[in-house]
Design a binder for this molecule. Structure first.
Ligand SMILES: Nc1nc2c(c(=O)[nH]1)N[C@H]1C(S)=C(S)[C@@H](COP(=O)(O)OP(=O)(O)OC[C@H]3O[C@@H](n4cnc5c(=O)[nH]c(N)nc54)[C@H](O)[C@@H]3O)O[C@H]1N2
Ligand SMILES: Nc1nc2c(c(=O)[nH]1)N[C@H]1C(S)=C(S)[C@@H](COP(=O)(O)OP(=O)(O)OC[C@H]3O[C@@H](n4cnc5c(=O)[nH]c(N)nc54)[C@H](O)[C@@H]3O)O[C@H]1N2
Ligand code: SF4
Ligand SMILES: [Mo]
Length: 721
């Protein structure tokens, strides 16, 4: 137990969790969070934001470094921990080469930390083996946007642009639960009856379509791509496209026209379950809302429901093609956007913790990019390793004959959140050295050889880049417990011990200035941004190439940032899910989120109000399916795939398709749904297929010796006893 934090003074900052980055003020006794007005949240916060100050009072907060001993994890001094970690790292690299060390980062880290982590991997560990949890999150949307639009900024327009649009197509996003304050920006479309939600569940977001506010397309899981090919078929076939825009600004139109020719609506209906008249009506509504037909604007937005598939990049490519066909990207009111998820999911994918990337969204294989960044780092370009492998492959290689033998984890709770979690746990257990930096003893931290306690959100200075590509200040409101350290300090200390070249500032402001220089001229250009500018003015949208530049709220108004200045429609086709339903596994399992919990639950399962509201895993199923399986409400069911199984109580609801069950991924123990999910990945992006796999579901006989899933967070006591 550590002392309750005392606030330095009332502090304006942003929420610790998702990419909406609601503005909040921290203050009072006991310290509490209040919403502030900001365009994205306009004075709103969700329950997680309201209760966020509880994170600072978590009883099992990590407050000193821990080392694994035969009796479990035991306190150790920083000096001893860092010396031993450095020694063991050097000897692993000596024995097996530098790629014997690997790094796994997170999209919750500040820009400064994401940048420094990429640099630490390349210059201090000298490894190619670095990737991060954004691979699980934004990689398909990023890959598709880069190849079609020339840049990946999740929303290339302010979120408030949605407000007056006549139509918004939401594919696989449940933002009413995942970003509740954002719902207000859908008001215009709902007034016009123009909200279209695509989800196999009648989610909280799908219910926003009730009473004439819009249309819910309750498709078969994993068929978004076919649905989009069908919408494109109708738009191009019925003459609803913006032909002038396509002529002036887009390549690849004829290839896509040919590729969708065979996706006539009846065929689409047979695959997706979305009736032909509904498909045509949605295509027409989107077209009528588009500026070229006199509408007040239309947006096509994707969430993880459409993206976390082995065809996720193809699906987003089709969504972008639909938006392009309607003349939306760069239009005054309209566009395509991906709803970025993690607090710094956007900035976290720009500054070099991705296997193939250098700061400023530069490619690590591009000689000019290597030369530029090497110049900023003060090293020879040859000192920068080449690109590594994406997250799922990285995890699969851990501890194998020529895979990494040491892993540093910064900001991810892999054993809960990675697909096929049973195999991930085995890989982590086979390592020679596992170092986990965290604020709490997460399930992953409990497996580590060293657990290093780091500062969290309200204890640190830095910047976050929101889902709009807007750079925001995170500010220190309280001092951390005395033995807790900022990761910038940890990397500086290890870099010195590892004899790394370059400078290793521990001041967030200075690291930001270096990041800004490293990003200069890159796709995500922060060169004109400083902490001071953010402190005195408005949060700035990138690109912002010089100190007098006002930032760029809207991209693509004149041209696309491609060599030709034009966008490209990429033809794509559908193979369906990797692990598709079949006779011996006839039910689709889909996964996702609950309002009250964040990600692996490492943080929110420790907040009493959130635990009370949603304390354990459950399996959503239709009463018709439950009746077929002989399952009553609240009875335990086992969900099994070829990879593993989970057990949780059934929750009966008519809001889900009868051929599908849903489970949240926030829980561990028997309720760990990632024991069941598939680690097959998208060939372009490396995104795993979290959203759909084939399962059997059975009732667990009472007294079968199954441990009822508990809400209790993993504690240190568990390992020590
Ligand atoms: N409460 C809460 N909010 C969060 C987070 C959190 O953990 N909890 N995490 C943040 C992060 S990192 C992210 S990435 C975002 C994610 O935000 P969302 O993408 O909104 O969240 P999910 O619940 O993962 O998925 C959305 C929906 O996809 C549906 N779905 C499942 N399979 C399919 C399919 O095949 N097709 C379609 N069209 N839909 C499908 C699910 O039923 C679900 O309702 O949320 C952010 N905000
Ligand atoms: N089945 C299924 N699985 C999924 C998904 C799904 O939809 N379905 N979604 C995927 C997606 S989109 C995502 S983003 C991932 C997220 O899953 P994870 O990568 O596991 O993300 P978090 O649970 O947020 O883990 C962050 C960890 O970092 C700690 N932390 C917080 N701040 C800091 C910091 O500043 N430094 C350090 N070192 N640690 C910090 C937290 O305490 C926590 O333990 O899950 C993926 N897994
Ligand atoms: S919507 Fe996201 S940023 Fe806003 S309060 Fe909730 S978790 Fe925090
Ligand atoms: Mo995410």
């Amino acid at each position: 137990m550590h002392d309750s934090p005392s606030p330095i003074t009332d502090t304006d900052t942003h929420c610790p969790y998702c990419a909406l980055q609601c503005a909040q003020r921290l203050g009072g006794h006991p310290l509490a969070a209040e919403p502030r007005d900001f365009p994205t949240n306009r004075g709103g916060m969700c329950q997680k934001g309201w209760t966020s100050a509880e994170l600072l009072r978590t009883p099992d907060r990590l407050v000193e470094p821990l080392r694994r001993t035969p009796r479990g994890l035991r306190p150790v001094s920083w000096e001893e921990a860092l010396d031993d970690i450095a020694d063991r790292s050097l000897s692993l690299a000596e024995q097996h080469g530098p790629d014997a060390l690997a790094v796994f980062g997170g999209g919750g880290l500040t820009n400064e930390k994401a940048y420094q982590l990429g640099k630490f991997a390349r210059l201090a560990l000298r490894t190619r083996m670095v990737d991060y949890n954004g691979r699980f999150c934004m990689s398909s949307a990023a890959a598709a946007a880069n190849r079609s639009l020339g840049v990946d900024r999740g929303l290339p327009f302010p979120l408030t642009d949605l407000r007056d649009a006549d139509a918004v197509l939401l594919l696989g996003s449940n933002l009413a639960d995942t970003m509740p304050p954002a719902v207000q920006h859908l008001a215009g479309a709902r007034e016009q009856g123009g909200l279209v939600v695509v989800d196999p569940r009648r989610s909280a977001t799908a219910r926003l379509c009730d009473d004439g506010a819009g249309t819910h397309l309750q498709l078969v899981p994993g068929t978004d791509l076919v649905l989009l090919l069908g919408l494109l078929h109708v738009v191009l076939g019925e003459g609803l496209a913006d032909t002038a825009y396509l002529h002036e600004r887009v390549d690849g139109v004829e290839e896509v026209r040919r590729s969708v020719a065979s996706w006539w609506p009846e065929r689409v209906a047979s695959v997706t379950g979305v009736p032909e008249p509904q498909l045509r009506a949605v295509a027409r509504r989107l077209a009528d809302a588009s500026p070229h037909r006199g509408g007040r604007g239309a947006f096509v937005l994707t969430g993880r429901g459409a993206e976390q598939h082995t065809d996720g990049t193809a699906t987003v490519s089709a969504a972008i093609s639909l938006a392009l066909a309607l003349g939306l990207p760069g239009a005054e009111r309209g566009g395509y956007g991906a709803l970025t998820g993690q607090g710094n999911g956007q900035g976290g994918r720009e500054h070099g913790q991705k296997a193939d990337q250098l700061p400023g969204y530069r490619s690590i294989e591009d000689p000019a990019a290597r030369a530029h960044v090497a110049g900023v780092w003060g090293v020879d370009p040859d000192a920068i390793p080449r690109s590594g492998v994406p997250a799922v492959e990285l995890l699969a290689r851990l501890g194998t004959a020529d895979g990494p033998r040491g892993l540093f984890v910064h900001g991810s709770n892999l054993v809960v959140s990675a697909p096929r979690a049973g195999a991930v746990r085995e890989r982590l257990a086979s390592l020679d050295l596992l170092v986990v930096c965290d604020v709490v003893p997460s399930e992953t931290a409990l497996m580590a050889d060293y657990v290093l306690p780091v500062t969290q959100w309200a204890e640190e200075e830095g910047t976050m880049t929101s889902l709009e590509g807007r750079v925001l200040r995170r500010r220190r409101a309280v001092t951390a417990p005395p033995q807790v350290r900022d990761e910038l300090w940890i990397w500086a200390e290890l870099a010195r011990r590892l004899d790394a070249p370059g400078t290793w500032s521990t001041e967030s402001r200075e690291v930001f200035d270096e990041l800004a220089r490293a990003s200069a001229g890159g796709r995500a250009d922060y060169a004109g941004i400083t902490h001071d500018r953010l402190d005195t003015g408005e949060a700035l949208y990138w690109p912002c190439p010089d100190p007098t530049h006002p930032g760029t709220p809207r991209l693509f108004t004149e041209r696309f940032p491609t060599a030709s200045g034009r966008a490209t429609m990429v033809p794509v086709s559908s193979d369906g899910p990797d692990d598709a339903v079949r006779e011996d596994a006839p039910i689709h399992l889909v996964t996702g989120r609950l309002l009250q919990h964040y990600q692996s639950g490492a943080q929110t399962r420790r907040v009493p109000a959130l635990r009370e509201a949603a304390g354990e895993a459950h399996v959503e199923m239709h009463p018709a399916l439950a009746a077929r399986l002989g399952v009553d409400a609240a009875e335990l069911v086992r969900v099994t795939s070829t990879r593993g199984s989970m057990v949780a109580p059934a929750r009966l609801t008519r809001d889900i398709r009868p051929d599908t069950v849903f489970a949240p991924f926030h829980f561990s123990g028997d309720g760990l749904v990632n024991a069941v999910t598939n680690d097959a990945t998208d060939p372009v992006s490396g995104m795993p297929e979290f959203k759909v796999c084939a399962v059997t579901v059975e009732r667990v006989e009472p007294g079968a010796g199954v441990r009822r899933p508990t809400d209790a967070p993993a504690t240190l006591l568990e390992v020590e006893s």
